[in-house]
Design a protein around this ligand. Structure first.
Ligand SMILES: NC(=O)c1ccc[n+]([C@@H]2O[C@H](COP(=O)([O-])OP(=O)(O)OC[C@H]3O[C@@H](n4cnc5c(N)ncnc54)[C@H](O)[C@@H]3O)[C@@H](O)[C@H]2O)c1
Length: 332
């Protein structure tokens, strides 16, 4: 790896958001080298990082964030840590919360400790989620969560992310550690694991298989294109104060049913392919976070905030990469 002026450590870079983030950093920050540290769990996809190795400013490290010894030498070199590695699937957390406790909570504390104790100064950006706030009712569309609202997570996944979010805040309060927290809305875009709604539905529809929609499908999610999440994370690195907590959202609230209809239309399929399945236990009704603090304090604006445009770009990527989708959707 070449000696650029700065080295940034990205965790979970073979996953969805961080593989896009690494490309974004390498394309926009010529003075930054990236170390991608990833354990390559079922969610870590080698296809997501194919081609990056040719870049002299990129290095892949196959390691688990819970292995302090393995992480240590890479942390020592880093002036910024972007921590995205996580168990990220709500349904899996309902089936078995244990890996979520281990990676998301314990793993984050191990990284926080290393970031604090290794020689040198570094900023630690923890990528949290809007799910830490819990949910909102459908009949109060005027409500959205602000950073000062209490954390009331409702799934094991959300609770593990909220725990790590609080531990990251505690590291700032107790030790004065330079920690910044990004509470991100639902991301869409290229390279998302097909266990998640959009790529899963696209993969199914391409094979004329039904798409499983939980309950009445009226659950509302707050969507942001992954490119906008990437630019928000860089804005936080550049401009957020130590200890800052920021919602990251483009304010695109869409029900799962409307999203499904949009996907059916984009792929020229009929409604008969919608299969209503039993409600997810404790299924959150509506997510909505207010990102005005991020816009105001960090001069950030989303560039893909128009909803049909963000979805079209995403669908086009999956259609243009059928090999990626086929391999990622294949049962492991
Ligand atoms: N996808 C979203 O819509 C969304 C929204 C808000 C917040 N987030 C958060 O953003 C982060 C990235 O989400 P994603 O959807 O890209 O996740 P993902 O599941 O696509 O990728 C997770 C990556 O982390 C790696 N990983 C898992 N456990 C690890 C461990 N113990 N050590 C090292 N690497 C490990 C996996 O191999 C994988 O490459 C997560 O922290 C998630 O909670 C995601």
């Amino acid at each position: 790896m070449s000696d650029a002026t700065h080295t940034w450590l990205v965790t979970g870079g073979a996953g969805f958001i961080a593989s896009n983030l690494i490309r974004h950093i390498l394309a926009t920050r010529p003075d930054v080298s990236v170390i991608n540290l990833d354990a390559l769990t079922y969610a870590g996809n080698p296809d997501n990082i194919a081609g990056l190795a040719a870049n002299p400013r990129y290095q892949f490290v196959h390691a688990d964030i819970r292995d302090a010894q393995a992480v240590h030498p890479h942390m020592e070199r880093a002036s910024v840590v972007l921590h995205l590695a996580a168990e990220s699937c709500v349904d899996r957390s309902i089936a078995d919360p244990q890996p979520f406790i281990s990676t998301n909570i314990l793993g984050t504390q191990i990284l926080l400790d290393l970031a604090r104790l290794c020689p040198g100064q570094r900023r630690f950006v923890y990528v949290s989620t809007d799910e830490v706030y819990g949910h909102l009712p459908l009949d109060r569309p005027e409500l959205s969560f602000a950073e000062t609202d209490p954390l009331r997570p409702r799934s094991p996944y959300a609770a593990s992310k909220a725990s790590a979010d609080l531990l990251a805040q505690a590291s700032h309060e107790t030790f004065g550690q330079d920690v910044v927290i990004a509470r991100c809305a639902n991301n869409l875009g290229p390279r998302q694991h097909p266990e998640k709604l959009i790529p899963r539905f696209i993969a199914n529809l391409l094979r004329n298989k039904p798409v499983p929609l939980y309950g009445d499908g009226l659950h509302v999610r707050d969507w942001i294109h992954v490119d906008d999440t990437c630019s928000a994370l860089l804005a936080l690195i550049d401009r957020a104060p130590p200890g800052g907590v920021y919602n990251v959202s483009a304010s695109n609230e869409i029900s799962n049913l409307d999203l499904t209809h949009a996907l059916l239309q984009a792929l020229g399929k009929g409604e008969s392919l919608i299969e209503h399945v039993a409600e997810r236990p404790g299924h959150d009704r509506r997510y909505a976070v207010n990102a005005s603090k991020l816009r105001r304090e960090c001069a950030w604006e989303p560039t893909r905030s128009d909803w049909p445009g963000a979805l079209e770009h995403t669908v086009e990527w999956y259609l243009a990469n059928p090999g990626w989708l086929e391999r990622a959707a294949a049962p492991s």
